[in-house]
Design a protein around this ligand. Structure first.
Ligand code: NAD
Length: 352
């Protein structure tokens, strides 16, 4: 299959590209190369005859039409997005333009291509989204996000993703565009951009800096290893029912504080400090405005209908992740100099 992956130079997109190529798919990676992109994440596939790269912006409809005409893809996996909640608080405009207008452009370019190609039956537009569109859950462990949970986004990021999900469903109902959707919980793993919680904790720990925890650290997230997410995405692309959405999660709920303590324990083992524990570096900082309390995915649809299950436990995945950052300083060191990385973002005090 020839897959057009948008956002393939990002964290999850690059995992999707690497996995797709390893399974023999042809991949065209369409990416604008924003601050969050890293082509070095694709070094292992860059010279493969199965891989092609197109630098293009999903806000630019004409550029998208050219890519569709040039490559004639059998499927689209749409991951390109502005993805950092803290940045969406400081600058929501980019999120509206890329996540909403950009998705609209992708839908229209894909629809034009699909109609022109004679509406091939096997064509798929896979929209990759987040569990954050469902809002925040109460503490009751029985309550989880299902595919029927009403949308209730609460940050500019999740609102823009929710809007894009609605557009994708509307293009299916109105124009019969063959779509599938997925909503996934928090990812972690190798090649994670060093402004997100897991790499920030690992890299600050190694640098002897504070490990910043928002509020009291009691916000609960449901963690999934990025390579398991990529595998779930290909499963849905290949076997998901048309027009259907699938929630993807690892059933690994942890408070942020628990997660950071686990990372510190792994670091204590793999790279012991001269004295004391990395946990001594934990520092509680002012909370993010509107910080969602709890996310938890009920993944029974993808498990029961498509037979997908995560392959690694959270502890094993975190151990692999810490080891990967210890072994790959040449990947992460240059990214620390990029705009805004290492700064406290998303306090809500920025200019409107
Ligand atoms: N990270 C998570 O935990 C998580 C969980 C669930 C869903 N998602 C979704 O998965 C997708 C990928 O997330 P990620 O964490 O890999 O993001 P990321 O920020 O690491 O990567 C995003 C990529 O999209 C590209 N991009 C941004 N704006 C673009 C534009 N206008 N045109 C073309 N390319 C553009 C960037 O250059 C970058 O390579 C997003 O749609 C996100 O909403 C992420």
């Amino acid at each position: 299959m020839k897959i057009l992956v948008t956002g393939g130079a990002g964290f999850i997109g690059s995992a999707v590209v690497r996995l797709s190529v390893s399974r023999g798919h042809q991949v065209v990676n369409l990416d604008a190369l924003t601050y969050a992109a890293c082509l070095a994440s694709l070094a292992s596939v860059a010279d493969s005859p199965l891989y092609a790269f197109e630098q293009a912006d999903i806000r630019d409809r004409a550029a998208l039409d050219q890519v569709f005409a040039k490559h004639a893809p059998d499927a689209v996996m749409h991951l390109a997005a502005e993805s950092h909640v803290d940045r969406s608080i400081d600058g929501p405009g980019d999120f509206v333009e890329t996540n909403i207008t950009g998705t609209y452009n992708m839908l229209e370019a894909a629809r034009a291509w699909w109609v022109q190609a004679g509406r091939p039956e096997g064509f798929r537009f896979h929209h990759v989204s987040t569990d954050e569109v469902f809002g925040s859950l109460p503490a009751d462990p029985e309550m989880k996000f299902t595919e029927e949970t009403p949308y209730d986004p609460r940050s500019p990021y999740s609102a823009s993703k929710a809007a894009s999900d609605h557009l994708v469903r509307a293009w299916h109902e109105t124009y019969e565009l063959p779509v599938v959707l997925t909503n996934c919980s928090n990812n972690y793993g190798p090649y994670h951009f060093p402004e997100k919680l897991v790499p920030v904790v690992i890299l600050n720990a190694l640098a002897g800096k504070e490990l910043p925890i928002y509020g009291r650290g009691d916000n609960i997230r449901d963690w999934l290893y990025v390579e398991d997410h990529a595998d779930a995405l290909l499963t849905v692309l290949e076997r998901g029912a048309l027009g259907r959405s699938y929630n993807i999660g690892g059933e690994n709920e942890r408070t942020n504080l628990e997660l950071v303590h686990t990372l510190c324990a792994i670091l204590n083992e793999l790279r012991p400090k001269a004295s004391g524990s990395y946990a001594d570096q934990i520092a509680f900082v002012a909370d993010r405005p509107g910080h969602d309390g709890r996310y938890a995915i009920e993944p029974s649809r993808i498990r029961d209908e498509l037979g997908w299950r995560p392959s690694v436990t959270l502890e094993e995945g975190l151990r692999r992740t810490v080891q990967w950052y210890l072994d790959n300083e040449t990947w992460w060191r240059p990214l620390q100099g990029r705009d805004g990385v290492g700064e406290r973002l998303g306090t809500g005090r920025g200019a409107a």
